[in-house]
Write a protein that binds this ligand. Structure first.
Ligand SMILES: *[C@@H]1O[C@H](CO)[C@@H](O)[C@H](O)[C@H]1NC(C)=O
Length: 355
């Protein structure tokens, strides 16, 4: 089935994730993207960043091209992964390859998307080495000890997205079974936010109580939207709203999204962690566009308010953005490829809402 899709027709199929447009944020996003590319994009990479961040950047930029009606970034996806291909093919990480799969699919390259999805999927086979069957993606404890949340949440989203494009039932069934498993896994803490995975305590899989990063909440949202779109299961909406409500209630200060490693006086976040907030905002927007289900503009308002925070607090040199969105910098702000891309994600997400 998939072979009938040319790159062109696939690009058309995936080109309309979002129809609304709030131009002032689109303009800010275009300028932020210019800065990202001119300052940090060298020899097909973003400095020493891990390839998964390049995948996230590619996703942001492909969406921006569609939103702004430009084609400036059409080649980014192909140059980003050339240097990393061997590492990705060698099972470096089962969450990283899913970011790559999603970025390729968004850019209209189904073959590459399926290739990296399939690398991730091999851990779906029956368990062999594990002492504890913690997760579809936590079968080899030495390899993915604490990242059950990302690998599984991404699998729901990447499966849903691939189903949306191909209508191959295997993808929908993977999304459904992984969501069923995740709901019952105990990975969500009592505050309604996902921790970073499971751990094996005397042969029993338990919540590892590790950090509730913002992207642990965001990565799942598009997957829930696709499940809603194709199964009509209203509980996927209830769950997504509850997750977004928990983000708003427990991950903000004065309404501004805060990564748990952030304080205003000193930067304690690494390049990965500096990337998370923009993913969460962009993927919240992705959820809204696929599901069509806001709650009286509550979530689109939240998305726009985060872009406003970015424009107020994170701005440094013109069109250059730091990690710190939630308050005035008192020494913690850093301006890196990751912080720039994260702000870009927030600006694109806001640009995808009605003003
Ligand atoms: C929609 O949002 C309002 C305002 O926050 C809230 O009171 C209500 O419970 C929400 N509805 C659902 C179904 O979550």
């Amino acid at each position: 089935m998939s072979s009938i899709f040319s790159a062109v027709s696939l690009a058309l199929l995936t080109s309309s994730l979002v129809s609304a447009k709030c131009q002032k944020y689109v303009d800010a996003a275009v300028a932020a993207a210019e800065n990202l590319q001119s300052t940090y994009f060298v020899n097909g990479g973003y400095g020493s960043q891990q390839p998964w961040i390049g995948a996230v950047d590619s996703f942001h930029l492909t969406e921006l091209d569609d939103l702004a009606g430009i084609s400036t970034h059409a080649d980014v996806i192909n140059t980003v992964f050339t240097a990393w291909q061997g590492q990705l093919d060698n099972d470096n990480s089962y969450d990283d390859v899913q970011w790559v799969s999603i970025a390729y699919l968004r850019a209209g390259n189904l073959a590459q998307a399926q290739k990296y999805y399939d690398i991730a999927s091999i851990l779906e086979r029956p368990p062999r080495l594990q002492k504890c069957y913690c997760a579809p993606f936590d079968l080899v404890p030495t390899r993915v000890p604490n990242h059950g949340t990302q690998t599984n949440e991404l699998f729901i989203t990447s499966s849903g997205f691939l189903f949306d494009v191909t209508k191959d039932d295997n993808y929908l069934s993977n999304a459904q079974s992984t969501w069923s498993w995740l709901k019952a896994s105990g990975m969500m803490g009592s505050n309604g936010l996902f921790n970073d995975g499971l751990t094996n305590v005397d042969g029993v899989c338990k919540n590892n109580e590790q950090t509730q990063w913002t992207y642990n909440q965001g990565a799942l949202l598009p997957g829930l939207a696709y499940l809603f779109k194709y199964t009509g299961d209203e509980t996927t909406i209830t769950s997504a709203w509850a997750i977004m409500d928990a983000i708003i209630a427990s991950m903000t200060i004065d309404g501004g999204l805060r990564e748990p490693c952030e304080i205003t006086t000193q930067n304690n976040c690494n390049a990965d962690q500096q990337t998370f907030k923009g993913i969460t905002m962009h993927w919240m927007s992705w959820f809204l566009s696929v599901s069509g289900r806001d709650n009286d503009s509550k979530y689109s308002n939240f998305i726009r308010s985060q872009a406003d925070k970015v424009l107020q607090f994170a701005v440094g040199a013109p069109n250059s953005y730091s990690n710190l969105w939630y308050g005035a910098n008192a020494g913690s702000a850093v301006w890196t490829a990751s912080t720039q891309a994260s702000a870009l994600g927030a600006l694109i997400a806001a640009g995808q809402q009605n003003c």
